[in-house]
Design a binder for this molecule. Structure first.
Ligand SMILES: Cc1ncc(COP(=O)(O)O)c(C=O)c1O
Ligand SMILES: N[C@H](C=O)CCC(=O)O
Length: 423
């Protein structure tokens, strides 16, 4: 029994401020974190964990990186929030526009949810259409239009289409199968002229880690061009994880709008959406589509983001990150094979994930849903006890940081080797 969790439950629903943290999917009780440094978390009893959750993605250079921390401290000394423009917002905007291919203009918000919600509204306002397309198992935050057949915690807790979302709103959301290009073409033949946007995770990371099949993202670009539909890449998770240009830089497929979050805030609450000037200028105060935020472009968050943008542009940053990701992915696959456990690892960029399945390749939602969750849960708890922090649900991707050393990866594999033998 964790007394901190008991106390939390008396004043916070489920004891957590975001459902996936509650360990409901895997059983048991969450660890409470005291501090973090580099590749490690330390819990309230001082126990150290090698961390592959990284605050659900943002800490790409490891926890508490001194450059980000110092930027935050320095900026905070000048005042925490002004509700008025600051130069650093323009500096960060210019930096992000330089790095992410589709961006000509960008607006900062405070979370990924706000970014996707605002991008959808903008696409609807710009096209004058109501319908949107999303993909089963993709999660784009918790706004009403997007909590339909959603991934991540919504999937874990069996509420992919949440109560509280009016049917009249959900009716405008068309949900298709990820990696099924034919189905996308069919849907557009039927209703293409009514569809404002397609929103997609260009690598899905909220039903574990599912890369796009060759041709899938290309098809989305083609149908959007043909029907005058806005293509939105939700790169809240993938932004800066596949190189400075996100998945769009990695694949060369350019969306009309891009949503960012996580890494762009360096661990502070930041989101952003941006794209072509023609579309972005539909946003107030230039255009009629309303969007606002008391803390949007917060100077301390901007400073953290700017420090992070400098880090990711360092020579060799991504080569090292991708090599480490490959090492952990291949290593985990090898130790599962040694133990004779049916297991398939996906990895791409700096994201990875393991599936307890006989299938040699996992590329869609149905395959993810058919995986052995009991085995995952036992594996999760074994790893946690051994000192490795994985996401407490089988529908989440794992992340790598530049702070993970070869020794951390070896230690992780030694622990995994022991745990697989117990399954
Ligand atoms: C792809 C994606 N989009 C949007 C979101 C929502 O971001 P936030 O949790 O910051 O609201 C998340 C994560 O939660 C995400 O992974
Ligand atoms: N998978 C989600 C974000 O990427 C997990 C974060 C959360 O819901 O708390």
């Amino acid at each position: 029994m964790n007394p901190l969790f008991d106390q939390a439950k008396t004043v916070i629903p489920g004891g957590v401020n975001s459902p996936v943290r509650a360990f409901k999917a895997v059983g048991g009780e969450p660890i409470f974190i005291e501090r973090a440094e580099g590749a490690y978390l330390f819990d309230s009893n001082g126990k150290r964990y090698i961390d592959y959750v990284l605050s659900w993605g943002p800490m790409i250079a490891g926890h508490n990186h001194p450059d980000v921390l110092n930027a935050v401290i320095e900026k905070a000394q000048l005042g925490l929030s002004f509700g008025a423009p600051t130069e650093i917002e323009t500096t960060l905007a210019k930096e992000v526009i330089k790095l992410v291919p589709s961006l000509e203009k960008v607006r900062f918000v405070s979370s990924g949810t706000e970014a996707t919600m605002s991008a959808i509204r903008l696409a609807r306002g710009y096209t004058g259409r109501d319908k949107i397309v999303k993909f089963e198992g993709c999660y784009h935050g918790h706004s009403d239009s997007l909590l339909v057949k959603a991934g991540s915690g919504a999937l874990t807790f069996g509420v992919p289409s949440s109560p509280g979302v009016p049917a009249s709103i959900a009716d405008h959301t068309i949900t298709l199968s990820y990696n099924n290009a034919d189905q996308v073409r069919e849907a557009f033949k039927e209703a293409g002229e009514q569809i404002a946007c397609i929103i997609v995770e260009p690598v899905a990371g909220n039903m574990n880690c599912i890369p796009p099949e060759p041709g899938f993202l290309e098809t989305l670009r083609e149908v959007c061009d043909e029907y005058g539909t806005v293509l939105i890449f939700d790169e809240v998770m993938t932004g800066f994880r596949f190189g400075t240009g996100g998945v769009q830089g990695f694949t060369g497929i350019t969306p009309d709008l891009t949503c960012l979050g996580k890494v762009i805030g360096g661990g502070m609450p930041v989101g952003a959406f941006g794209g072509k000037t023609e579309i972005m200028d539909y946003i107030a105060p230039v255009g009629p589509v309303y969007q606002a935020g008391t803390l949007s472009g917060n100077p301390v968050s901007m400073a953290a983001g700017l420090a992070m943008m400098k880090l990711v542009q360092a020579d060799g940053f991504y080569e090292s990150l991708f090599a480490k990701t490959e090492k952990i992915a291949q290593g985990i696959q090898a130790v599962a094979n040694e133990a004779g456990i049916p297991f398939t690892v996906n990895h791409t960029g700096s994201m990875w994930g393991g599936f307890f399945t006989e299938e040699p390749k996992v590329s869609n939602y149905q395959q993810v849903m058919a995986c052995n969750n009991e085995q995952f849960n036992a594996f999760f708890h074994g790893m946690l006890e051994g000192g490795v922090n994985l996401a407490p649900a089988s529908y989440e991707a794992a992340f790598m940081s530049t702070a993970h050393s070869d020794a951390d990866i070896e230690e992780t594999l030694d622990i995994a080797r022991k745990v697989f033998k117990t399954l």
